[in-house]
Design a protein around this ligand. Structure first.
Ligand code: GDP
Length: 297
């Protein structure tokens, strides 16, 4: 059965924050995610982040970790929210200082606010001669979004994703926000999490990236996600390294599912394989009935 017992306070241990980067097209989301990924080649314990698995985890010099959803834009975020899963703890909203608060910036702000996720503004491209970060902050103020420098509560950081200026300060602000949130999870139970992405790989079969929310996932666990299930054959981290287990806030690529679940699907570990298969069959049946109904209408 799905593990539903309430966690006791003494079972909970701190976990890394999970961060999504959002913002208007061309404002620098990809550049920021790329810079952070590359920088961590240095701080990383065992080689750089080589695999694009849809999420990655970085370890700062302080030893603290931050997990990033590595899908720029808010498609994944929106998909997950539509499925009722809240994976993100903190949203970094990138705004180009040589541009303005744009429609997709506003959309990102509303998404984060609707999900109750704290925002940190990254005012990007400050290396550009025509950059005007104050103009952005002023515009945000007119939208009732007062940044700390302006006497408000929202954190913001001027950065250049291209040159790496201000990025470590931005990450410090993420950790500060995380501290306020007191993020915790119980690692000592069967894993529960969310699917970040999944696809069919020619040589390896179905590969899915899972973000473990609580509990610990092990090779050999029988898992259920959407209308797919299977026994985990192998797990790899974002460095391509084989791992045997993955705890809370860890993104992990898994082999062994019998199909590709959708981004935002919840996944669970089952002790009883037969029970998991029954649930999968029931879900598939429901889906078929639903599609017949929508075809009729
Ligand atoms: P995205 O659409 O939000 O993912 O934006 P990208 O990261 O693809 O960046 C769009 C363009 O802006 C690219 O040509 C980047 O090289 C450029 N860019 C991003 N960040 C900076 C920056 O800090 N400074 C400068 N000068 N250019 C940047």
């Amino acid at each position: 059965a799905i593990h539903t017992e309430e966690d006791q306070p003494e079972d909970l241990v701190p976990r890394a924050p999970i961060v999504t980067v959002m913002g208007h097209v061309d404002h620098g989301k990809t550049s920021l995610l790329d810079y952070i990924r590359k920088e961590n080649v240095i701080a990383g314990e065992s080689g750089g982040i080589t695999q694009h698995i849809g999420a990655y985890s970085v370890k700062l010099e302080s030893g603290e970790r931050i997990t990033f959803l590595d899908t720029p834009g808010h498609e994944a975020f929106t998909a997950m929210r539509a499925r009722g899963t809240k994976v993100t703890d903190i949203a970094i909203i990138v705004v180009a200082a040589d541009d303005d608060v744009m429609p997709q910036t506003k959309e990102a702000i509303s998404h984060a606010q609707a999900a109750g996720v704290p925002i940190i503004f990254a005012i990007n491209k400050i290396d550009k001669p025509n950059a005007n970060p104050d103009k952005i902050k002023e515009h945000l103020a007119t939208m009732n979004l007062l940044v700390e420098e302006w006497g408000g509560k929202i954190q913001s950081q001027d950065i250049s994703a291209k040159q790496g200026i201000g990025v470590s300060e931005l990450l410090e602000k993420v950790l500060l926000e995380a501290e306020i949130l007191e993020l915790k999870a119980n690692p000592n139970k069967p894993a529960v999490g969310t699917v970040v992405e999944a696809a069919l790989d020619k040589g390896r079969g179905y590969v899915s990236t899972i973000l473990v929310e609580s509990g610990t996932l092990h090779v050999g666990d029988y898992v259920l996600a959407g209308t797919n299930s299977g026994k985990i054959r192998a797990m790899h981290d974002e460095r391509g390294k084989k791992v045997k287990e993955a705890g809370p806030s860890t993104p992990i690529s898994i082999l062994g599912l019998d199909g590709a679940p959708q981004a935002g699907d919840k996944f669970y570990v089952f002790e009883d394989e037969k029970e998991a298969k029954q649930i999968v069959a029931k879900r598939a049946q429901l889906q078929r009935e639903q599609s017949v109904r929508t075809q009729r209408h």
